[in-house]
Design a protein around this ligand. Structure first.
Ligand code: SF4
Length: 441
């Protein structure tokens, strides 16, 4: 085939709540840029459009949304479910607006959002019954068997580390030889992600490394990305300069372990960013590891344009900290806060995530952690625990969940509070949310 046309789709979210917290389908856009380098014509439909009227100044915001009927498995849940993103009609309009694609690539993120992916697959099948469809992403990587059954009409499912499988499929199915086939860890060979497919680039996600040195028992990063790889720091700066030349001023760091090996990586990047003439702002929704924050890092974060710093403390219980992987302890957290404050970050700019709703966790423990973080002069946030397949915690505790977590990924949704028990009920969670709100006011 001489001219190959590929349509990339970021599907709807089906959930009880969803908010655009600087989210972009980065993996899909990297694949788009790889295909483009091979001469493929690419286009994009991002179903997850934010309501422009409800956007905050820093680029976050509420998604557009519409009503949906709850699937049978969730009929007993007394909360309305929504489809977040554009309407189905709008999706169909956009699909036929461009030339018919030969192939549609759909990403699929959280395991419990898979209904959004299935919905998009069905729409494509209705509009173009013969067009080839490939689905990849976190859902099929973490719930392989389930995905094979829910997506059984698609032509290929790409699980973790499946890039070569994708290349081979394209080459064989379309007789389209690809000369450029980087691996998932060839970060310095990758072209910049195809953000130009958006009409407007509100912010640019920045990925300077992949993988993480820790193996927290509740996190799937080490399963999804077992190796650690860092980009060449000059390459990162060149990418920042490229986006700045297109008018982008806001960057969102997507790394999981940005500060590891900091002298060879983060320090070099932050020093260069600090000296750029252009003004920019940086956010880190994925949290930094406080154990790596010393006075030099804190000053560089402030001077290079970090508008806030997010830290994953998760719990102030030393036993929990140790047993779940030891990424942090209270004394390194305390030191990090001291350094961040001296560098210029205020209470409202130091955000701290605390896990709530863990298996057999007591609500009092979360209350204590809220008090601790507020007393330290930071802003706590509750991160409600979502059980994640292929993690140690999931395997150890799945049998204690009030829902069959393994059978049905919809039950892995943290909005359903799968590990509610007499020591931490839904009412306790509501109390903690109000308590936290009052505390930070
Ligand atoms: S430090 Fe963060 S990214 Fe790394 S394993 Fe722990 S939770 Fe996951």
């Amino acid at each position: 085939m001489k001219h190959l046309k590929v349509l990339l789709i970021n599907p709807f979210i089906y959930d009880f709540a969803a908010y655009n917290f600087w989210s972009k389908p980065l993996g899909l856009l990297y694949i788009g840029s790889i295909l483009r380098k091979n001469g493929v014509h690419i286009s994009l439909i991002d179903c997850l459009e934010t309501d422009e009227k409800k956007k905050t100044e820093d680029g976050r915001g509420h998604y557009l949304k519409g009503k949906v009927n709850k699937p049978e498995a969730l009929k007993m849940i007394h909360k309305p479910m929504r489809r977040y993103g554009i309407s189905e009609e709008e999706l169909k309009k956009r699909i036929i607006r461009d030339e018919k694609p030969h192939l549609v690539l759909i990403t699929s993120l959280m395991t419990y959002w898979y209904l959004g992916t299935v919905h998009v697959v069905n729409v494509i099948r209705e509009v173009y019954p013969k067009t080839k469809i490939i689905v990849g992403g976190i859902y099929p990587s973490l719930c392989q068997e389930h995905a094979r059954s829910s997506l059984n009409g698609v032509d290929l499912i790409v699980e973790r580390n499946g890039l070569q499988k994708l290349y081979t499929y394209i080459e064989e199915e379309f007789s389209y030889p690809m000369w450029f086939k980087p691996g998932a860890y060839d970060l310095d060979d990758l072209p910049y992600p195809a953000f130009d497919l958006y009409e407007k680039i509100d912010f640019a996600p920045l990925l300077t490394s992949v993988g993480c040195i820790f193996k927290c028992t509740y996190c799937a990063t080490s399963y999804l990305c077992p190796k650690i790889k860092k980009r060449n720091t000059e390459n990162v700066i060149n990418e920042v300069l490229y986006w700045i030349s297109l008018g982008v001023k806001r960057f969102v760091l997507y790394d999981d372990c940005f500060l590891h090996d900091k002298e060879e990586h983060a320090v070099l990047i932050l020093k260069r960013l600090k000296n750029l003439k252009e003004s920019m702002e940086i956010f880190n929704p994925n949290a930094l590891n406080a154990a790596f924050i010393d006075s030099k890092i804190a000053e560089l974060l402030f001077a290079s344009g970090f508008r806030e710093v997010r830290i994953g403390l998760e719990s102030t219980n030393p036993k929990f900290q140790k047993e779940t992987g030891g990424k942090i302890d209270n004394s390194s957290f305390k030191n990090a806060v001291k350094f961040l404050k001296s560098a210029g970050f205020s209470q409202k700019n130091i955000h701290v995530y605390l896990l709530a709703g863990l298996p057999f966790q007591r609500w009092e423990e979360v209350k204590e952690a809220i008090d601790y973080v507020v007393d330290m002069g930071c802003t706590p946030h509750l991160a409600e625990y979502a059980p994640c397949p292929h993690t140690e915690m999931f395997e150890k505790y799945k049998k204690f969940s009030r829902f069959p977590l393994e059978e049905e990924p919809l039950f892995q949704n943290n909005s359903l509070f799968p590990f509610a028990w007499s020591g931490f009920s839904e009412e306790d969670l509501q109390f903690l949310k109000s308590y936290l709100k009052e505390k930070i006011q």
